[in-house]
Design a protein around this ligand. Structure first.
Ligand code: PHE
Length: 447
């Protein structure tokens, strides 16, 4: 049976960049940058992304493309008769759990976007913090909007790799950059915006704590979607001839650029209106509406912002669903459609407790964390670092050298010289670094 393929290298790059660019780059990131030494933090993050994220992304690309198989079968094919294919199962579990609460935030974005379109979001003197609290605490609003987000994801992924994911990414990714440009122009044309730019970008190494450095490390793989093996599945649809170096570098570059654009779109506008940046969900759902309420055509611009966030979250959600669906679809289009609906519904059900954990379920707490926080903790601090560790050890020690050499020979001369360095990184440097990130995530480091 002819398996699915991206129509071109560009299609693959856009879909993979779509997976990478999501809440990590445009939501969590700008905030941490600003509070952790501005440009200094960005520099450290960029270094980690290049030195750690890029080799890992390439490792997932190597596994997927060389076998042309979805994650579980890919590991099985490369290391037959062993247990390495459990990395594939681990990836499926990680991505399902991630999507279960990613879709909760996605749902809030859908809801806010609809309010933006209908003109009911911005209102003079509205307390946006309380408004956001009411929205997320309302069980119907939370669950129905989460269902709407999952529905959008399922409908696209069910259409197939080329017809669904690639086509949507080809519209959404350029759309995302265009919308960002609109917002940046708006933000930079406000009087008094300079303070925000300085706050976001001015390097201040004295603010760069060891905690921030460790955070940057962890973020460098979350932001590139590595560790969950969904890039294995995505790269399996890439034609055998394409060299892998360029797509990997493009995804990394686009991701870094987006993080920068997010900060430049947000902070100058905040400062121009005399507001202070806040942590977490507040930035998007509380501060930005308050900022745009004060601007002419504010409801248009906030809707643009929400559309952009929706594109970014959806294209990440596609990759999270795809790895699971592909493992069951066996390349059959009808089966794929069925599996999309079935698995999508199961993941939705899995996410309902997370959706409710801001309202009726807020008292269900374990180790000081709600269901939503626990799921986030399990994915970000345990499952993804574990996946990253196993993948770097797998490619470093177990990947068949003949296949690695063959893949490497397709790359440009610059890359070809670096195979030894690459293996050294995967075998020795990355496992140690990931271990440190893991210990830090569990609060087991003595400092
Ligand atoms: N990279 C995505 C983001 O930044 C999240 C993600 C992680 C997606 C791992 C897939 C796998 O939002």
């Amino acid at each position: 049976m002819k398996s699915e393929q991206w129509s071109s290298k560009l299609g693959f790059i856009l879909a993979s960049a779509g997976s990478a660019i999501g809440l990590g780059a445009i939501w969590k990131f700008p905030n941490v940058v600003a509070t952790s030494g501005g440009g200094a933090f960005f520099l450290v993050f960029a270094l980690f992304t290049l030195g750690i994220g890029l080799p890992l992304l390439l490792a997932e690309f190597l596994i997927g493309r060389s076998t042309g198989k979805e994650a579980v079968s890919a590991y099985r094919h490369l290391a037959p008769g062993s247990r390495w294919h459990w990395i594939g199962y681990l990836g499926m579990a990680t991505c399902s759990l991630l999507l279960s609460f990613y879709s909760v935030v996605g749902g809030w974005i859908v809801l806010y976007f609809l309010r933006g379109v209908s003109g009911t979001l911005l209102e003079a003197n509205r307390d946006y913090g309380a408004f956001f609290g009411q929205t997320t605490a309302d069980p119907w609003a939370a669950v129905l909007s989460q269902a709407a987000f999952m529905l959008l994801t399922i409908v696209v992924v069910a259409q197939g790799v080329k017809q669904g994911i690639e086509r949507a990414s080809r519209i959404m990714m350029p759309g995302l950059f265009l919308l960002f440009l609109v917002l940046i122009v708006r933000s930079l044309s406000l009087p008094g915006m300079e303070a925000g730019l300085v706050y976001f970008l001015k390097p201040d190494f004295s603010q760069l704590s060891s905690e921030a450095v460790l955070y940057a490390l962890g973020q460098s793989f979350f932001c590139l979607s590595v560790g969950g093996s969904c890039m294995v599945t995505y790269s399996s649809y890439l034609s055998k001839q394409e060299p892998l170096g360029k797509p990997a570098v493009s995804v990394v570059g686009l991701n870094l650029m987006t993080s920068l654009m997010a900060g430049i779109a947000i902070f100058p506008a905040l400062f121009a209106l005399g507001m202070k940046p806040v942590e977490g969900p507040g930035l998007l759902f509380v501060t930005l509406p308050a900022v745009f309420e004060q601007l002419p055509y504010g409801s248009v611009f906030i809707t643009v912002f929400l559309a952009l966030f929706l594109f970014a979250t959806l294209t990440s959600a596609f990759s999270l669903l795809e790895i699971v669906v592909a493992a069951f679809a066996h390349g059959d289009a009808a089966r794929r459609r069925k599996m999309c609906w079935l698995i999508g519904s199961i993941i939705f059900a899995l996410g309902v407790p997370s959706a409710l954990s801001f309202g009726i379920g807020k008292d269900i707490v374990w180790m000081g964390k709600t269901v939503f926080d626990l799921a986030d903790f399990a994915v970000s601090n345990v499952l993804l670092p574990l996946g990253v560790l196993l993948i770097s050890v797998f490619v470093g020690y177990r990947f068949p050298m003949s296949i690695l050499r063959e893949e490497w020979s397709k790359m440009s001369p610059w890359w070809r010289k670096g195979l030894g360095v690459y293996l050294f990184l995967l075998r020795f440097v990355l496992p140690i670094i990931v271990l440190i990130v893991f210990l830090n995530g569990m609060n087991w480091l003595p400092f």
